[in-house]
Design a protein around this ligand. Structure first.
Ligand SMILES: Cc1cc2nc3c(=O)[nH]c(=O)nc-3n(C[C@H](O)[C@H](O)[C@H](O)COP(=O)(O)OP(=O)(O)OC[C@H]3O[C@@H](n4cnc5c(N)ncnc54)[C@H](O)[C@@H]3O)c2cc1C
Length: 318
């Protein structure tokens, strides 16, 4: 099976979730081709090779700006044809959701999103996908010749044993009517680590008592190079900005490590964090529901535990 992987990058670095998508594809493909958009160093392209891609198609034409859904979808559809692709894999993201839908229409391909496991190809092509904000799974069969999967973060580990890929600059043909939208400029809202992409998240709840105590969360986040998050009541009370609110009605995160401090673990909060690889809970109440979802738990007062934890991590790094 010939598999194409659409990869995303941020500030010149290939996203970890995209490298996972490459490794996912390499597990099932005889030959994995990856697509990258924008200016990237060859060392970044080599990471894609290490993760398992044999070939990288690099689109450098500035008309095909990476966040332009119409342009990116056009280029992908052309690669689908040129490389005779049967399956496309991409890491689930807000961009991937739009691009995958558009490409599936262009290619008449079946699309399944939020896939959590490698496909079962013994009898057709069946995948498991996460539904109802992670509360259930749906076994889904794809029956068309061309298929598209968006995969949930942390579905497979990133491979490191591949070799440097064959890298080809790919020039898509004209966009036709898809040229109707052009991205003129882009600006980040802050220079901080973006919560949806963060590999480590330190999150605080009402147990922190007030916004004046958030320095403890920020100190721990700083030593771990982590993003900060919070529970809904915390952002509702304006202790923290709304873009930090994690959960069913907020941001869904899938970091390698989620540290929840003074958060009870209500089902609506868990819905936003349950695809994290490891969850650490710090709560003074041993009966707090979050402990049931935790890989590691510390029963203790956040005001005592956090400074000590930050100090210990800092010391371990020196
Ligand atoms: C429709 C709907 C949607 C919702 N969506 C979301 C959502 O997206 N995200 C979300 O987070 N919530 C959401 N909620 C709210 C959710 O039900 C909970 O009310 C909320 O998550 C609780 O926030 P919390 O854990 O910070 O506060 P609390 O429930 O008050 O818990 C505070 C915790 O801190 C602990 N604690 C107290 N002092 C300390 C201390 N000194 N040291 C350590 N621990 C301490 C306590 O033991 C307790 O477990 C939603 C609710 C509804 C009805």
């Amino acid at each position: 099976m010939k598999v194409l992987v659409f990869t995303e990058s941020d500030e010149g670095k290939i996203k970890k979730s995209s490298l996972e998508a490459v490794s996912y594809a390499a597990e099932i493909a005889q030959r994995t081709v990856a697509m990258v958009f924008g200016v990237l160093e060859s060392s970044e392209l080599n990471k894609i090779g290490a993760a398992g891609a044999k070939k990288v198609l690099h689109i450098t034409d500035s008309d095909f700006e990476p966040s332009n859904i119409m342009a990116v979808s056009t280029a992908i559809a052309q690669v689908f044809e040129a490389e005779d692709i049967e399956l496309m894999v991409m890491a689930k993201s807000s961009l991937a959701d739009s691009v995958s839908a558009r490409v599936s229409i262009k290619m008449d391909a079946s699309l399944v999103s939020n896939v959590t496991e490698l496909p079962d190809m013994a009898n057709g092509f069946t995948v498991n996908r996460s539904i109802y904000t992670g509360k259930a799974f749906a076994k889904t069969k794809l029956t068309s010749d061309k298929k598209i999967l968006t995969i949930r973060k942390n579905t497979v580990p990133i491979g490191e044993n591949g070799s440097d890929p064959e890298t080809v600059v790919f020039q898509p043909n004209s966009m036709g009517s898809d040229a109707a939208v052009k991205v003129l400029s882009q600006e980040k809202t802050s220079g901080d680590i973006l919560l949806p992409e963060a590999d480590i998240v330190v999150s605080g709840g009402r147990g922190l008592k007030g916004p004046e105590n958030w320095g403890m969360i920020e100190d721990l986040a700083a030593v771990l190079s982590a993003a900060t998050g919070c529970s809904k009541p915390v952002s509702d009370m304006d202790w923290r900005p709304h873009h930090e609110h994690v959960g069913q009605t907020g941001i869904k995160v899938s970091p390698s490590l989620y540290i929840a401090v003074g958060i009870s673990g209500a089902i609506q909060h868990l819905a936003g964090v349950n695809s994290s690889k490891f969850i650490v809970v710090i709560n003074k109440d041993p009966e707090a529901p979050f402990f049931k979802a935790a890989d590691y738990g510390i029963v203790g007062d956040a005001f005592e535990v956090l400074p000590q934890l930050t100090k210990a991590i800092q010391a371990a790094k020196e």
